[in-house]
Structure formats: structure tokens, C-alpha cells
Design a protein around this ligand. Structure first.
Ligand code: 5AD
Ligand code: SF4
Length: 431
């Protein structure tokens, strides 16, 4: 979501005459778009902004700004402003539309702006300056009303708000026309799409219309909350070839007791039942998840429940996190905060286990034929390009940059820990 916010900020900048710099050394404006979901980003940001002090001394015209949801926390924005007097512009996720005025004030009046408000000011249809095809992202909703007890998102991104289906369909249609082959529908909790809209629509309904009415070749979405992932959504996925067989379903913990403390509103058993239904409706679906270890009060037994759930489900991939205290959330005030060293031990055990399972899931692809949408040149292997399978697995194979944007049939020849390797099968190149 933040990456797409950056595309929207770039769109605003383009509308007032800015263009992307080739590299940071040539930039007139350096804008950091931040995230506050976990705490390590905060440390990195202060380090990175600090490094610019020297550059500002050498180039008096250089403008530096910091924005994003981390700035949506007023105390962090103020601390940043105090620590780094050379930062010209500081604003939250709700003040993006005011960027041209803030730039004007900095350039022509020499004024500094700190803008953090609760009311969102950017119209949804503001044109974004997107990455080149084939991949694109479209927001379908903003904010979150779930209040998981560890999470800061509802506080910084505000209440849940869905965009109208007409607006979303128009945007996706425009992208398909402009040569984008894939769209990622974005929301903190896509399954509650449609609540509060005048029209009668839910996420399954929206997904079906995007699949049928936009001409988009591949559709993905994130994030689904397990408590509201509906059978209707799974049925829509099963009916449409252009909806990718990939689902990100954050479980967070394998212990029902911890899930209750996290306010996730499902149990371990509910989650396992959902996975069973997913696999029954859509065999071969790629499944990924998010997991937190070291939540306050998590015992060894709770942690073992998480490991056993991971063994049972055998996710294709998992994003694993050490619990970090987010000020103002309910979990921050809970008793039984876990010692850092113990959290580290738990994350290492989980990462090892999932690493092995991801590798085995990759190995199972060797020998298969997959249709890969070529995204880019491979950064690691010269003369290779990379792209994803329908299920979202990354594949590297020998090829020219001219293949970017095309669907290529590829035979998987080798599996590594995080990536598959393959070779082109000549002939049919149709999606
Ligand atoms: N500590 C650790 N991980 C967190 N996440 C959200 N808040 C926290 C926190 N306070 C993780 C969750 C979520 C993902 C985006 O980030 O797993 O699904
Ligand atoms: Fe945070 Fe929970 Fe909302 Fe996800 S669903 S953004 S974890 S509060």
C-alpha cells in the first residue's frame, strides 16, 4: 500500500512539473515515504534522514521531505522535525494533496511545513505515476476498522472507506488499455469491501466484475482477513481464469488463546477449516501468510501451536515478524511482554521451519510447465529475465529484456530457497 502511495505522490509531483531523477545525487527533492507498522523502520528512517545533513550543506537548493503513515503519529513527526531542522516538509498519509503547496512554501517562501491531520485530503482518482507495465496496483479501500490489538494501522490510516465500484472498474479498464497485464487490488482488509457504500456490493461481487469487465489478464488482491474470507469469493476465483490462484491469508498465530488476545475473531480451528475449504474449492492454490511471534503472554506452548499450524498448513511462503510494541495499541499495555532474546529464538525457529517448507514447495514445481508474466531483467543473473507464475512464484530464466510484459511458457528446471529457475518452451506464447 505504501509503494502505491509513492506512485500517487509521484503523480502529484509530475502534475507540478517534477520528473524522476536518475539517481539520488541528481535529485532536487528527496522524499521519504515511511511505514510505522513495525518499529525497525523508524530506526532506519532516522539513520537515512541523518545522512542527508551533509548533502544539504553542499547543495542549498536540495529539498528534503518525510511523509507516510509513520508521520501520521504526531509525536514522531515532531521528534523528526526537532532532530533534523534541515527537513523542509513533513506530512502524514492524509495530507498528500497539499504537497504542491508545501513545495511552493519551501521553494519560494523558505517556509517549513509540518502537516498531520485526521481527514484524508487526496481524491481517490488522482492520477498516479506508475511503474512501467506489466504490473499495477489499485486501491479499492482505505483504512481499517478491525483493531487487532497489536496493530497501529487503524490509528494512522483511519476508518475503513471503500471506493465506488464504478471508479475502480474505470481505473482498472484504463490500466488494461494502457498495456498493464496484471493488477493488484489493495486494501487492509479487502473482504470487508463495500460496507458503507450506497451500492449493494461486496468483495466477491467487485472481484467478479473486475474479472469480467476490465480486460485485465491477471488479477491478484491483498490482504484478506480470515474472519471474512467468504465461500462466495472462493467460488468467484474458481470461475475466472484471470483471477490468480494465490491467496494471502494472515494467520498471525496458531494458538486460539493468543488469537483471542490479538482480537482476530477466529480460532485455530476456524482457520484450519477455512484452509480446508480453500483447497477443496481451488486445488493447487498458492497460500501465503503473516505470522507474529512473541506477542505479550505467548507461552512456549502457544509458540509450539504456531509451529504445528505451519507444519499442518504447509504455506508456500510466510512473512514472519517479531512482535513490536506500537504505542497506543491495546497490546502495548498488556502484561507478559516477551524478552527480546526469547523473541529472537522463536523467530529463528519459525524462519527455519518455514524456509524448509518453502523450499520443498519450490522443489515440487520442478518439471512443471508454468505461464510466466515477464516483469523485469533478473538482478542476480545476467542474461536472465524474471516473472511470476499464476500462483505468484518468482521464476528466473534466460531471456532478453524485450520479453518484459509478455506471457511466456516456461518449464521449471531448478528450485532454490526463494526462487525457481526455468527455460523457455518455444511455441505458444498466448495467455
Ligand atoms: N508487531 C509485529 N508485527 C506486526 N504486524 C502488524 N503489526 C505488528 C506489530 N505490532 C504484522 C502483521 C501484519 C503485517 C502487515 O505486519 O503480521 O499482518
Ligand atoms: Fe492491522 Fe488487523 Fe487491520 Fe490488518 S486487519 S490492518 S492487522 S488492524
Amino acid at each position: 500500500m505504501n509503494a502505491h502511495d509513492s506512485e500517487r505522490l509521484a503523480g502529484i509531483l509530475a502534475s507540478v512539473g517534477f520528473a524522476p531523477a536518475e539517481e539520488m545525487g541528481q535529485a532536487d527533492l528527496i522524499l521519504f515515504n515511511t511505514c510505522c507498522v513495525r518499529d525497525n523502520a523508524e530506526k532506519k528512517l532516522f539513520g537515512n534522514v541523518g545522512k542527508l545533513k551533509q548533502k544539504k550543506r553542499q547543495n542549498k537548493k536540495l529539498l528534503v521531505g518525510v511523509c507516510g503513515c509513520m508521520m501520521q503519529q504526531a509525536d514522531v513527526a515532531e521528534k523528526l522535525a526537532d532532530t533534523f531542522p534541515f527537513v523542509n516538509i513533513i506530512f502524514g498519509t492524509h495530507n498528500m494533496a497539499a504537497l504542491p503547496e508545501m513545495l511552493y512554501a519551501a521553494i519560494f517562501l523558505g517556509e517549513r511545513t509540518l502537516a498531520v491531520s485526521d481527514q484524508e485530503d487526496l481524491p481517490d482518482e488522482t492520477p498516479a505515476l506508475r511503474a512501467k507495465p506489466p504490473l499495477s496496483a489499485v486501491n479499492i479501500m482505505q483504512g481499517c476498522d478491525n483493531f487487532c490489538s497489536y496493530c497501529i494501522v487503524p490509528y494512522v490510516r483511519g476508518r475503513e472507506r471503500s471506493r465506488s465500484s464504478e471508479e475502480i472498474l474505470r481505473e482498472v479498464r484504463g490500466l488494461a488499455k494502457a498495456g498493464y497485464q496484471e493488477v493488484m487490488l489493495l486494501g487492509q482488509n479487502v473482504n470487508s469491501y463495500g460496507k458503507g457504500l450506497a451500492e449493494n456490493i461486496d468483495f466477491a461481487g467487485l472481484l467478479e466484475r473486475v474479472a469480467e469487465e476490465t480486460g485485465m489478464k491477471r488479477i491478484r488482491f491483498m490482504t484478506s482477513h480470515p474472519k471474512d474470507a467468504s465461500q462466495r469469493m472462493l467460488d468467484v476465483m474458481a470461475r475466472h481464469e484471470n483471477i490468480c490462484r494465490q491467496l494471502h491469508l494472515p494467520v498471525q498465530s496458531g494458538s486460539s488463546r493468543i488469537l483471542r488476545l490479538m482480537n482476530r475473531r477466529y480460532t485455530r480451528e476456524d482457520y484450519l477449516e477455512l484452509i480446508r475449504r480453500v483447497r477443496e474449492t481451488l486445488p493447487g492454490m498458492t497460500l501465503s501468510t503473516d505470522i507474529i511471534v512473541g506477542f505479550p503472554g505467548e507461552t512456549e506452548e502457544d509458540y509450539q501451536d504456531t509451529l504445528s499450524l505451519v507444519r499442518e498448513v504447509r504455506f508456500d511462503a510466510a512473512y514472519t515478524f517479531v512482535y513490536s510494541i506500537r504505542r497506543g495499541t491495546r497490546a502495548a499495555a498488556m502484561e507478559g511482554q516477551i524478552d527480546e532474546k526469547e523473541k529472537q529464538r522463536r523467530i529463528v525457529g519459525l524462519v527455519d521451519l518455514q524456509g524448509q517448507i518453502t523450499y520443498e514447495s519450490n522443489l515440487a514445481h520442478v518439471g512443471r510447465r508454468e505461464l510466466v508474466l515477464v516483469e523485469d531483467e533478473s538482478r542476480r543473473d545476467a542474461g536472465h529475465v524474471c516473472g511470476r507464475t499464476d500462483g505468484g512464484k518468482m521464476v528466473n530464466f534466460p531471456g532478453e529484456p524485450s520479453l518484459i510484459g509478455q506471457f511466456m511458457p516456461v518449464e521449471i528446471t531448478q528450485a532454490k530457497k526463494t526462487t525457481l529457475y526455468g527455460r523457455r518452451i518455444d511455441g505458444d506464447t498466448q495467455a
